[in-house]
Structure formats: C-alpha cells, structure tokens
Design a protein around this ligand. Structure first.
Ligand code: UD1
Ligand code: CA
Length: 455
C-alpha cells in the first residue's frame, strides 16, 4: 500500500513567545520539523504533506530542499480539520500516517512497528504510558482491553484523568476511512475544535479494528510547547548522542559537557575533554584527542591529531599527527598536511600547510600555500588584503620566516629561503638566500636621557 505522511505544523506555538514559528526552533542545531521530516523519510513514503499556517513561508523556506506537498490551513480549527486539509491530495488506496511537527524525537522504530502491525481497514495509534499524563488525551479501553475512545484533558472526568496511557498524536489510518470519518467530525466539545482523536469513536461504531504501538519513553513522543520543554528535550538528546559515542569507543571525560549538533564519525580510542561542541559533519580518526573548551564545526581530522584547549575550528581538513592550539583558530578551507604544528594565537584561513611545517605563535596566514617543513616565526602576517582584493602568498618547502615579518601579497618566498626577522617583504624572494628589509641599527654614544623637570 502507498504510504502518505501528513505532518501537522499549523499551530501557533504561542507559548514559545517567539517571532519564529515554533517548528523552526532548533534541537541540536536542527529545526524541530526537520527532525520529523528526516524520520519520515526513513519510512520511504510515497508523499509527505505538511499542514502549515502561522508564518508558513518561513517553514517552507527552511525545507525547500525536500520534495513536500505544502497544504495551508488558514484557520487553526483543530487537528481533525488540519488533517482534512491534506486529504484532497491523497489517493483513497493510500495509508495515512499523521505526525506532529513539534514532536521531534519520534522514534523511527516505533513508527515501523506501527506500520508493520497494520492490517487492511485497521486504525493504528501510538500511545505512551506516563506517570504524569496531565494535558494529554487519555486512551480509554474496554474490559477486553480494546481501545474505545480518546478523551481530551479538558473533557476528562476524575476517573479518566487517572488513566496513564495517553495519545501521542500519531495515527495510521487508511485514507478512504479517514475521508469518511473526518467528514463526520463535529466541534461540539470543550475547545470548539475538530478533534482528530474523535475518529476513534467512528472506527468503533463501524467495528473497525484498532491497535496500538506503545512506548514508555516520554521523550520519543514529547511535544514542544515552550522553551523549557525544548531545553529538556535538548538535554535528553545530547545524553543519548554522547552515550552512543561512548559505546562506539570514545572516552568522554564528562558526558554532560559535550554537545553534538550534527553527525560525528569516530575511529578508535578518541578522547574528548570537557566543554566541547561538535557541529555539522565531523570525522575524527583513531586516537584523536580534543582538549577542553573547543568548538569544532565540519572537520575531517585524521589519526593521532591532538587539539589542545580553547580552539575554534571550522570547515577544515587536518592531517595525521598534527598538533593544534591551545588558542588556535582554524577558519574555513584551512588544510593541514601531516604533522603540522599550529600554536597559540595563530589564525589560518583558506590556506594549505605542507607536512611538518610549524606555525607556533601569534600569526595570521590567509590565502596562502605553505610548503613542507617550513618554519614561520612568531608574529608573522600574510598581508592578503589590499582593501579591495585578496592576494596569495606562496612559501616554498623548508623556508624560514623570521619573527615579525609581513608578507605583502601577492608574493612568493622561494624554497629554503630565509627571511630576516622584522622584514616587510613586498617582492618575491629567491630560493636558498637570506632576504631582509630592515633599517640599519645605530647606537648613539653619550646620548643624554631626558630628566624630569622640577618646579
Ligand atoms: C493533541 C491530541 C491529544 C494528544 C496530544 C499529544 C487532539 C484533539 N488531541 O492534543 O490527544 O495527547 O496532541 O501531543 O488531537 N495543529 C494544526 N492545526 C490545528 C491544531 C493543531 O496543525 O488546527 C497541529 C499543531 O501544530 C501540533 C499538533 O497539531 O503540531 C497537535 O496540536 P495541539 O494543539 O498541540 O494538540 P494537543 O492539545 O496537544
Ligand atoms: Ca501539543
């Protein structure tokens, strides 16, 4: 059977107190709704429909790389009404899976279970058992344990309020039935809304089988309504991710002080110290060591690299055996070959550094190609920008750049060349020579130091 997934995302999200639509708030640096869509895609559906309302343009924009049928719900008249807006786009022979855009951590395995238990004409519901079911629709079962109806919090009497099994808001329903049942809904209830949950009554009246897929992990079905819940779910998600990393063989000095906002692939015996943030796509080779207080975004880091404390690293490739930091900044398109040393207060941008070169202190390298076994002295600056355009600095293998040198690009330093400390280099320097630009030193004998005047 064809599978059509309908994601409800038209709610206002008032309690977020935000200008941003609720489903665009981020969990692990990814919008809530994208978590849901990514999970939906794992089920390989024939179509995905998102019901949007409030500030829908922004939501569409945020997902413009995915093939989605966008359905507007101009007025938020309830979950049943929301699903009804998508139905004209869905064929009668399809199965409809309803998800919520604000339930980001719905477990794909639970959805697979729901889908695989489905029989023709049956209605599937995801339920969860909660110690504190307040606010959720309760699952009411008969003496045989069969689901009879769902009662919303606002409609529930004391007896029903005591029920701990609740509706997670996720349903699997054959489209033809859904069409008939949604047509029969009314809004004669405490909230004056068309409740999707009322389809259960209609299924019972028609004697259609109802089955449930149940979890006891509240986080898997937790909807985000405010920023406190968002923070709670973020912590849960981070705990899970760090656990997975540790199970994959990574030593994490404090699991509560590592955040992962993307995907991390690791080799063996990686060690991560405290207060580290890993963002985007990250690959860490065997025995990589990351020191405390470091932020890394989109990086490919080879075996046995050591990153000392307080580094900021983004969009880089780091070769095996490199040593970085403390206090180093590697900016986009920095590419280091093997065994490179980058020391404190060094910034590298859009540059390649050849193997075993050393740039150990207080230096800016931008738009450069640096050969292998080069030594760059403290305080070296590639002057890559003339105020209008960027220019390239090329430094040959085994060159030695004395401290406090400015290399005014475009400029090339030949292989094995030596630049005297304190030079301003404006022209290419030949290989294997010493070049320096330095005002001759002079000493004035018998010079009298000024003396402070007394009144
Ligand atoms: C709903 C369920 C409740 C369940 C709970 C689980 C109903 C009547 N109740 O309650 O049984 O326990 O979810 O979280 O379905 N939405 C729209 N358009 C609307 C109304 C809602 O798109 O007109 C969307 C919201 O953006 C949200 C989802 O539907 O993503 C659920 O709506 P919400 O108002 O949060 O329902 P609850 O009252 O929490
Ligand atoms: Ca809700």
């Amino acid at each position: 059977m064809k599978l059509s997934i309908v994601i409800l995302a038209a709610g206002l999200g008032k309690r977020m107190s935000s200008d941003l639509p609720k489903v665009l708030h981020k969990l692990a640096d990814k919008p809530l709704i994208r978590h849901v869509v990514d999970t939906a895609l794992t089920l390989q559906p024939d179509s995905i429909h998102i019901v949007y309302g409030h500030k829908g343009e922004q939501v569409r924009e945020a997902l413009n790389d995915i093939n989605i049928n966008w359905v507007e719900q101009a007025q938020q008249l309830g979950t049943g009404h929301a699903v009804a807006q998508a139905l004209p786009h869905i064929a009668d022979d399809a199965l409809v899976l309803v998800l919520c855009g604000d339930v980001p951590l719905i477990n794909p395995k639970l959805l697979q279970k729901l889908c695989s238990s489905h029989e023709p004409h049956s209605l599937g519901i995801v339920t969860v058992k909660l110690d504190n079911p307040y606010g959720y629709g309760r699952i009411v079962r008969n003496e045989l344990g069969q689901v009879e109806r769902i009662v919303e919090e606002k409609e529930a009497d004391n007896c029903i309020q005591a029920i701990k099994e609740v509706n997670a808001g996720i349903f699997l329903i054959p489209a033809a039935h859904l069409r008939r049942w949604l047509g029969a809904l009314n809004n004669d209830n405490a909230q004056g809304e068309y409740y999707l949950t009322d389809v259960v009554d209609l299924a019972v009246q028609e004697n259609q089988p109802i089955y449930t897929a149940t979890t006891d992990n509240v986080y898997e079905v937790m909807g985000i309504n405010d920023r406190i819940q968002l923070a709670k779910l973020e912590r849960y998600y981070q705990t899970q991710q760090v656990k997975n990393l540790m199970l994959a063989g990574v030593t994490v000095l404090d699991p509560a002080r590592l955040d992962i906002r993307g995907s991390v692939k690791t080799g063996r015996d990686v060690t991560i110290d405290i207060n580290v943030i890993l963002e985007g796509d990250i690959i860490l080779g065997n025995r990589v060591k990351i020191g405390p207080n470091t932020m890394i975004r989109n990086a490919k880091i080879a075996d046995h690299v050591e990153i000392l404390s307080n580094c900021v690293i983004e969009d880089v490739v780091i070769g095996a055996g490199c040593k970085i930091g403390p206090f180093a900044r590697l900016r986009p398109e920095a590419k280091l070959a093997e065994n490179v040393h980058i020391g404190n207060f060094v910034e590298i941008k859009k540059s390649t550094v050849g193997q075993a070169s050393k740039i150990n202190h207080l230096t800016y390298i931008g738009d450069s190609e640096i050969g292998s076994q080069v030594n760059i002295g403290a305080g070296t600056i590639t002057c890559n920008y003339d105020g209008a355009n960027k220019h390239k600095t090329i430094i040959g293998d085994k060159a030695f750049i004395g401290s406090d040198t400015q290399l005014v690009a475009p400029v090339t330093v030949g292989e094995g060349a030596i630049i005297g400390a304190g030079s301003t280099i404006t022209r290419d320097t030949p290989p294997e020579t010493l070049t320096l630009s330095r005002v001759p030193q002079k000493t004035i004998d018998g010079w009298q130091r000024p003396i402070k005047k007394t009144r």
